[in-house]
Design a binder for this molecule. Structure first.
Ligand SMILES: Nc1ncnc2c1ncn2[C@@H]1O[C@H](COP(=O)(O)OP(=O)(O)OP(=O)(O)O)[C@@H](O)[C@H]1O
Ligand SMILES: [Mg+2]
Length: 261
């Protein structure tokens, strides 16, 4: 019985789009995107530069709202609710659907304050609660041991890999549901990269993760399902293993075998 419930839970959809079209003014960056992304899975978005991966990621938590003449058509659901409905609470959406960027972007403040930032914004005032969540988030982000004795020093003094884990801790502190990652390890050295990859595998037990990566190896190592984007379209979406061993489309095969992009 338990096993059955777990199976059903594991395949629950967290974010889905149907015939999603996205425009920057006259330019159509995404065309008829139809995809179901699953809860507690890692979904990788791959494809050559300029094919719309970041646009898609940023559409998911409305990061592009301030881009002039940015326009969305079609359906995009998070937990069965339209992300682009008019009454949505965008601050709440961005708390639920957190984002980690390519370049680590710690705020110019202490390590502790970086992690506490979102909590304070969302109204948590009690020091004991903030202390507890800061520690928990840093532990979850596999950074606690490295920073526990220097919590009140500047985050800018951390290495790039540590900064990226700090940013992940900052996202985790507000208890998100989905974590979007846009090439989170591309600015990092191999050791920091493998730390981020291990972290992703650990985090998917509790969160749903959507990650853009230019590294096929990384997509193969960390993701359960992979979507291949080309010129604003999803050419193929399948189990990661199938995409890399038995792609159904010629374009996918060309891309993963390094023939273009
Ligand atoms: N703010 C913007 N205004 C106008 N056009 C944009 C904007 N952002 C992206 N685009 C265009 O949309 C297309 C998709 O860009 P996007 O950044 O989503 O690609 P990408 O797949 O993430 O590429 P990369 O792998 O290089 O990061 C590109 O042609 C790009 O020039
Ligand atoms: Mg991009």
């Amino acid at each position: 019985m338990t096993i059955l419930i777990e199976k059903v839970e594991a395949t629950k959809t967290i974010i889905s789009s149907k015939d999603l079209n996205v425009f920057y003014d006259q330019f159509q960056a995404l065309k008829n995107i139809t995809i179901d992304m699953k809860k507690n899975k890692v979904t990788a978005l791959i494809g050559p530069s300029g094919c719309g991966k970041s646009t898609f990621l940023r559409t998911l938590n409305r990061m592009n709202d301030l881009v002039p003449k940015f326009r969305v058509e079609g359906s995009l659901l998070y937990n069965n609710e339209e992300i682009y409905r008019s009454m949505i609470d965008i601050v709440e959406l961005r708390k639920q659907v957190g984002m980690v960027f390519q370049r680590p972007n710690p705020f110019p403040m202490s390590i502790y304050d970086n992690v506490a930032y979102g909590l304070r914004i969302h109204g948590t005032k009690k020091k004991s609660i903030i202390d507890e969540i800061v520690e928990k988030s840093l532990r979850q982000a596999a950074l606690w041991e490295e920073v526990k004795d220097r919590l009140h020093t500047s985050a800018m003094g951390l290495s790039g890999g540590q900064q990226q884990r700090l940013v992940i801790a900052r996202v985790l502190a507000v208890q998100p549901d989905v974590i979007l990652m846009d090439e989170p390890a591309s600015a990092l050295d191999p050791i920091s990269t493998s730390k981020i990859e291990e972290l992703i595998l650990e985090l998917k037990k509790k969160y749903s993760i959507i990650i853009v990566t230019h590294s096929m190896q990384q997509a193969a190592r960390v993701s359960d399902e992979t979507a291949f984007f080309l010129n604003g379209e999803i050419i193929e979406f399948d189990q990661t293993h199938s995409i890399f061993t038995n792609p159904q489309k010629q374009e996918t095969e060309d891309y993963i075998s390094g023939r273009f992009g």
